[in-house]
Design a protein around this ligand. Sequence first.
Ligand SMILES: C[S@@+](CC[C@H](N)C(=O)[O-])C[C@H]1O[C@@H](n2cnc3c(N)ncnc32)[C@H](O)[C@@H]1O
Length: 350
Amino acid sequence: MVDLNPEIKFPTTRYSGSKRRFLSWIWENISDIKFDSALDVFGGTASVSLLFKQKGKRVHYNDILSFNQIIGTALIENSKTTVTECDLEIVFKSQPVSRKKTIQKLYSDTFYLKEENIWLDNFIQKVATVDDKFKRAIILSSLFQACLSKRPFNLFHRANLNLRINNVKRSFGNKTTWEKPFEELIKKFVAEYNQAVFNNGRKNKVVGGYDALYCPNGVDLVYLDPPYFSNSQSTGLNYLDYYNFLEGIANYNKWTELVIDTEMNVPKLKEKKGIQHFTSKEQIINSVEKLIERFQNNIIVMSYLDEGIPDKHTIKNIFKKYGKKVTVKEKQHKYALSKNPKNELLFIAK
Ligand SMILES: C[S@@+](CC[C@H](N)C(=O)[O-])C[C@H]1O[C@@H](n2cnc3c(N)ncnc32)[C@H](O)[C@@H]1O
């Protein structure tokens, strides 16, 4: 049944740069724009895609990383399938058909405890046998969220299991959540994903894992939320490094082939073509320009943070160069791990 403007709670996440907390602000600023379809080029947790879906738009979701595309499948492409408690129990209680030990071999003493690594290797192989693509996507998306919430700082670029297990006084993190069993967290996230599944009567899809600069179009409005490049850093936020473990889970059967360096304290995954466009100081300004050039015939809505590269004025000028009339909205926000508040920017270019 078509459900227009359903009351849903957007699933919680600990993903860096998620726009979940800015959704009402974004919608306040763009609700008067006339558009029927939207492309979310840097989809991430699919929060903005889900907002567009909720508003009845035809939504195309893209993200270069495979694990994010699975989340897009669960929330955007999926219009009716949910995962019941019984579905989950079957997966929990089944026996894996094969017994690969990829995580136990590559990630011992890295992110999770020994018994958790065994559990993860088995669980991922059991989920692979779930026939329904959408059920599988919901279960895996919930596993990704569980993995994130059991990590100090919710990231995977450092092997800091000791931060979790050392018996010290902490001023950060949530030890209670870190120690919760995967099963318990997965149940919680499955419930969150289930209630965000609805049919808006449109053909919404995950277009794939394109590098943003080559992402296909075919919509009225394009939403851009590129990785942030802070002007106080020498590289931009590298999502493949930050979330390598989730990308490995999404590619479980070829994970070992994706690893190019096991000598590092976190195994390094093969670089993905395109990631560099937003992480390299030499390329970042040119990449933002190429993006805007590519989508110049669309309405463009773009999120970025102030004090980044390029800065607010440079971005405005690029929009103008391509004949766009641009307005910039700003909202102050204090991020959990930073001392000072930052300005969230929203460029609206018509
Ligand atoms: C700021 S996050 C987007 C967050 C998203 N709007 C949300 O609410 O969750 C940036 C996203 O860009 C993706 N990404 C990085 N480089 C990319 C590229 N060259 N092409 C497409 N996606 C890319 C990352 O995987 C990451 O999910």
